[in-house]
Structures are given as structure tokens and as C-alpha cells.
Design a binder for this molecule. Structure first.
Ligand code: SAM
Ligand code: SF4
Length: 317
């Protein structure tokens, strides 16, 4: 479906939970979030109804995210039913990887084609610091499990944080020499209420290229990521620059939060609630949400923070 600025909106990011087994400092408060009542969240049937409504409008790709999608007890059923919807050609999951050792194979069997796994550091102490509770070895075992499960693509995502993992850019990039994965570096987006990071924590993705002089550009389409490759690498390096090089003109996304709100734009406060609607009503709301998509996400707030009305874990990053 085309939005008001001619962009083809074909990609739904479906958040299936706001909860998480980690507490990454840039995403979630230490105490976690106040668990909502069941009746405030989308049911599995409502999620699938929303995917059907989206497919009827031409959405062909769904990414299942959260919070941490793999802690959702019915995640396999949600994935299987999503992948089976007519018109959905690609189903992917974004995860912190902690539960992949037991779930990678079942997810693949459920029809998930691609997996993105978050990995900000290769230092065990720093991993536990940034996630406030995870262990690096569990995340690495998750990546190994994903590679063995036979997904069409495995990508690793690192949020670039000045003074935290800048020095690890070469080591993280070198994972593409060891594994057939893409390693993507994402600029840190200051979210509402976020006081943890100073301005110097927000590094431009171009810093990655300064530290990888041997990387050469790759002409391939990876949505919003610009691609590069190290000599003899098995996968690409991706740069995702929401701040230094906004990619609003290529935006193809609609987001649905776990509590049933359509977000036309990640960084704008506008939302449309679809909880409790039937499929035709959901499709109607999605049409309106697509037409509400701004041309650009607009300036960040005066403090330089996103104007999204929620933190990342409640949007579905
Ligand atoms: N729990 C899963 C995970 O960590 O991959 C999926 C949800 S998480 C919100 C999705 C992605 O958003 C992760 O790659 C995470 O690093 C990224 N993210 C979260 N907060 C962010 C922020 N403030 N700036 C940039 N990326 C962020
Ligand atoms: Fe959880 Fe993912 Fe947010 Fe980290 S980035 S707290 S793993 S939802």
C-alpha cells in the first residue's frame, strides 16, 4: 500500500510482548515495566487477525519483536500462524538470543526464515553491564543455535555506544569472518525519559568505517542498512543511521505494539488502537495509519530525545 508520499508500505513490525528477560540500559528501566492486565494486550487471535488485515493491504513481510518475543509462551504458535497467512512471504524474528538454544529449531520449523540477534559487546563483563542481567555465553550459544537451525539469514545487531563498545567495532565486525552472518551497527536513539547516556554516547555510524578502512561498499539492498564487506568475509557489515542519516524517505514500515496500537512512525507520538476490532475494521485502521505516516519523523524533542510516546521495549524496536 502507498502512503501519502508514494512510499510502498509492505513491512509490519509486530510486537508480541513488552516484557523481557534482560534490561538493556538503552531500552528498559532496571525494575522492568509494570505488567499490564491480560485484557489490555492483544490476544494471539487478534495478532493473527491483524497480520491478515495487513496482508490484505499488501504487507508481505512481518518481523516479530518485543520486548523479548521468545519469552512469550505461545511464540511458536504465533510464528506458525503468521508465516501461514496468505500473502506473507517473509517472516522474521528479532531476539536477544538467550532462548534460541531451545527455540531456534522449532522457530525454523514454524516457518521463520530470518533471525536478527542483538549483541552489543564480546566482553562478558560489559555484556552483563549493558543488559543488567544477561550472560554473554548464553547469547553466543543462541547465535550458534541459530546458525545450526538453517535460517535463510542470521544478522547480528549492535547498538553503537560511545565510551562503551566503540573500541570493539573491529572485533564485532570480525564475526563476519568467522560466521556467515551480517553484523549491523545501529546508532543509539535517545528514547523518552532516557537520562543514562550523555551526548558523547551517540556515535555516528560513520565511525564504524573509520575503524574498518579495509571495508568496501556492497551494492545490495538491505532496507535501511548501508552495506560494506571485509575481505574474505562470509557476511556483510551494515550501518543503520537513524540519527546521522535519516532514512524516512525509504520507510516501508508500520508498527503494531503488543497492547494493540498502530504506530505510523517510530519517533512520532501518534497511535491508533485496534484492540477488539474485527479484520475489516483493523484493515481500515491500518489504511488510516499508513496515510498518517509523516514524510519525516520530525525533529527529535528539545532535549534531543525521540518524540515516541513510549520506551523502545513497549514499541517493538
Ligand atoms: N529483545 C529483542 C532484541 O533485543 O533484539 C527485540 C526487541 S529490541 C527493542 C529490538 C532492537 O532494538 C534491538 O536490536 C535493540 O538493540 C534495539 N534498541 C533498543 N533500544 C534502542 C535504542 N535506544 N537505540 C537504538 N536501538 C535500540
Ligand atoms: Fe530486552 Fe531487547 Fe530491550 Fe534488551 S533491547 S531490554 S533484550 S527488549
Amino acid at each position: 500500500m502507498r502512503d501519502s508520499f508514494g512510499r510502498n508500505i509492505h513491512y509490519l513490525r509486530l510486537s508480541v510482548t513488552e516484557l523481557c528477560n534482560l534490561r538493556c540500559r538503552y531500552c528498559m528501566p532496571e525494575e522492568g515495566i509494570c505488567k499490564k492486565r491480560h485484557d489490555q494486550m492483544l490476544t494471539e487471535d487478534e495478532m493473527i487477525r491483524a497480520v491478515r488485515a495487513a496482508a490484505s493491504l499488501g504487507i508481505s513481510k512481518v518481523r516479530i519483536t518485543g520486548g523479548e518475543p521468545l519469552i512469550k509462551p505461545n511464540i511458536l504458535s504465533i510464528c506458525r500462524r503468521t508465516a501461514a497467512v496468505d500473502g506473507i512471504l517473509e517472516t522474521a524474528v528479532t531476539t536477544n538470543g538467550i532462548r534460541l538454544p531451545e527455540l531456534a529449531r522449532p522457530l525454523r520449523e514454524a516457518g521463520i526464515q530470518r533471525v536478527n540477534i542483538s549483541l552489543d559487546t564480546l566482553d562478558p563483563e560489559k555484556y552483563t553491564f549493558i543488559t543488567r542481567r544477561g550472560t554473554l555465553s548464553e547469547a553466543l550459544q543462541g547465535i550458534e543455535a541459530a546458525l545450526q537451525a538453517g535460517f535463510e539469514k542470521v544478522k547480528l545487531n549492535a547498538v553503537l555506544i560511545g565510551g562503551f563498545n566503540e573500541d570493539e567495532i573491529p572485533a564485532l565486525a570480525a564475526l563476519t569472518l568467522r560466521w556467515p552472518v551480517d553484523m549491523r551497527f545501529i546508532e543509539l536513539m535517545p528514547m523518552p525519559g532516557d537520562t543514562l547516556f550523555s551526548e558523547s554516547a551517540c556515535l555516528p555510524a560513520a565511525r564504524v568505517l573509520e575503524m574498518l578502512p579495509e571495508a568496501v561498499p556492497v551494492k545490495a539492498d538491505d532496507g535501511v542498512a548501508k552495506l560494506y564487506r571485509l575481505p574474505k568475509a562470509l557476511g556483510n557489515i551494515g550501518l543503520i543511521s537513524p540519527l546521522s542519516n535519516r532514512f524516512c524517505s525509504q520507510c516501508s514500515r508500520l508498527r503494531l505494539t503488543a497492547d494493540g496500537h498502530l504506530k505510523p512512525c517510530l519517533h512520532s507520538p501518534e497511535e491508533l488502537c485496534i484492540k477488539g476490532l474485527d479484520e475489516a475494521e483493523m484493515a481500515d485502521a491500518m489504511r488510516r495509519a499508513v496515510l498518517m505516516k509523516p514524510e519525516q519523523c520530525g525533529p527529535l524533542s528539545e532535549s534531543g530525545h525521540s518524540r515516541a510516546a513510549r520506551p523502545m521495549n513497549r514499541i517493538g524496536g
